[in-house]
Design a protein around this ligand. Structure first.
Ligand code: IPE
Ligand code: IPE
Ligand code: MG
Length: 260
């Protein structure tokens, strides 16, 4: 994707000692970066604060990473914000998250326009509380015409639910006679997922040190490179992002083959 070199250099000025823009190859950036934004609760607890304070602090990190990815010219940024399992959390925490999703999105819509960001959702947003769902639908409608980076927010997302849904979709199409059983191949499955039309993530970043996927993008991450950092999400910033990209660029991706 096109990027404004001047704005890019400005955004990554004041680099820390260990990493700077010149450490990454701007001609070999991942086109899709995905983040599991984890560690908000621990960030808050460590500071003697309520977990909710961590979620509020995490919003700034996401804003920074969205801007950083736009500056870098990344095509797709996806972020895991709420899993199908996160409903198990205390009701007040779920309520706060749903409230924050709605109010933050409404507040950030001008930024999305300014940066030409197109919003999409991964997950079952129909099942969200009404206010949140309404704001999400507004966000979808208002950014549908934007032609820059795609921001895919995974909310009420679970990979197993997504795959079961894809199986249902394909079964219905067979039953209706729209397709034959033989037509169910990898492309047909991929086209039935929430991520239909998006490239698979080349780089998956998980914060807070957890070495698991937590039901995230099981299909799409088949050949992604993983970067796990102990940094908690509210402390994650543009420099951490560069460290992740640098690590990615040092990997040898083989896709099951052998080195040429
Ligand atoms: C990630 O932070 C945000 C969501 C899952 C909504 P957590 O809330 O999982 O933070 P930890 O893992 O408890 O520290
Ligand atoms: C994964 O984090 C979900 C999100 C970041 C939204 P969790 O904190 O829910 O995952 P587990 O429970 O540690 O596996
Ligand atoms: Mg967590």
């Amino acid at each position: 994707m096109l990027r404004d070199e001047q704005k890019l250099i400005e955004y990554f000025a004041d680099a820390p000692d260990d990493i700077s823009l010149s450490d990454v190859n701007l001609d070999n950036l991942p086109s899709h970066i995905s983040v599991i934004m984890d560690g908000n609760g621990r960030w808050a607890t460590r500071q003697g604060k309520e977990r909710g304070e961590g979620h509020i602090a995490g919003i700034s990190s996401l804003r920074e990473i969205i801007t950083a990815c736009v500056r870098l010219g990344i095509d797709v940024l996806s972020a895991y914000a709420f899993s199908t399992e996160n409903w198990k959390r205390p009701q007040h925490e779920v309520d706060l998250l749903m409230h924050l999703f709605a109010t933050t999105l409404l507040k950030e819509l001008p930024l999305f326009h300014q940066e030409n960001v197109k919003l999409v959702f991964l997950g079952d947003i129909e099942a969200l509380p009404e206010k949140t769902r309404e704001v999400f639908e507004q966000g979808l409608a208002e950014t549908a015409g934007n032609t820059g980076m795609v921001l895919a927010l995974a909310v009420n997302y679970g990979a197993r639910a997504e795959l079961a849904r894809a199986a249902r979709t394909l079964a219905v199409r067979v039953a209706r006679g729209d397709i034959n059983i033989e037509d169910i191949n990898e492309n047909a499955v991929a086209a039935s997922l929430y991520t239909a039309g998006l490239p698979d993530p080349e780089l998956l970043i998980r914060t807070s040190g957890e070495l698991r996927l937590s039901n995230y993008l099981l299909w799409q991450l088949a050949y992604s490179e993983f970067y796990v950092t102990d940094t908690l999400w509210p402390d994650f910033d543009r420099w951490e992002l560069l460290r992740g990209i640098k690590a990615f660029q040092g990997r040898e991706r083989r896709f099951g083959g052998v080195k040429a």
